[in-house]
Ligand binder design. Sequence first.
Ligand code: SF4
Length: 299
Amino acid sequence: MMELKRFKYTPILGWSMTRHNVFSTCKRKYYYQYYAKFDPEFPRVRIEALKELTTIPLETGAITHDIIRVLLRRLALTQDAVDTDRLFEYAKDITQGRCNSKVFSEVYYAEREEISLEDVFPKVKNSLENLLGSERFQWLCDPKLQRYDRWLIEPPGFGETRIDGMKAYCKVDFLLPVQEELFVIDWKTGKQDEDKHGAQLIGYAAWASFHFATEPQVIRPIIAYLSPDYFEMELRLEQKDVGEFAQRVRVETEEMSAYCQDVEKNIPKEKSLFPITSNRRICEYCNFRELCKIEPIST
Ligand code: SF4
């Protein structure tokens, strides 16, 4: 069994790529996303409810991940052929349940009346079909290659790790050792983004290197794009890549920490120092737009 290292809780700010992306996008959004409990203007519960809003693309990704997790757990127990009809029926039920129970931003902000199965399920199904038809899946089904007892499928927790001593989060989907190498695979239902996802791959390698005390060269981080076609992006890493990544994490952690009045306790400075973005296009898709009273851009 592959064991992850554990950490004693500390409140200090922890870097993550998502966190820094939000920070770079809009400081006010960053405040709502990470410091809702300090807000003097709106009740925390209102901010948290907006934070929880989902979208069609987000929910498509979340459902696909959930089904793949179930699929991999089954595969770790038995390599018998998958009954695809049953799998898709199951996926359809899950999708319908989410369409009924989740609050979608598109509905909340009155862009659509409702979200139906047809808005989400076709892409979930396409992603699953592509995965099942991929060489990667065949490889996963090969008991001569795989050590199923050593698979880590969606490790619990938030992916906490240390990068050059700094607290950071890199949440990985799937880790599996194959012979001398450690594969880390991340499933994506969205568009390819070489720069963003390339950096994410280095983060996964740093995470795996820390938790399993391995050299980066033996780690194989892979992003598997599932839709519209199956496609993989992989990086072969060298020690210097991890060093450069650690430097990036250091700079970005310092940038975000500069917005804290107490860095150790991760207490933010006052809200007025987190300005709203001047790029109104970003607001069009932001969950918090009712708080900023941003009017839609007229076209
Ligand atoms: S609506 Fe615009 S200004 Fe307000 S938090 Fe979102 S991105 Fe920032």
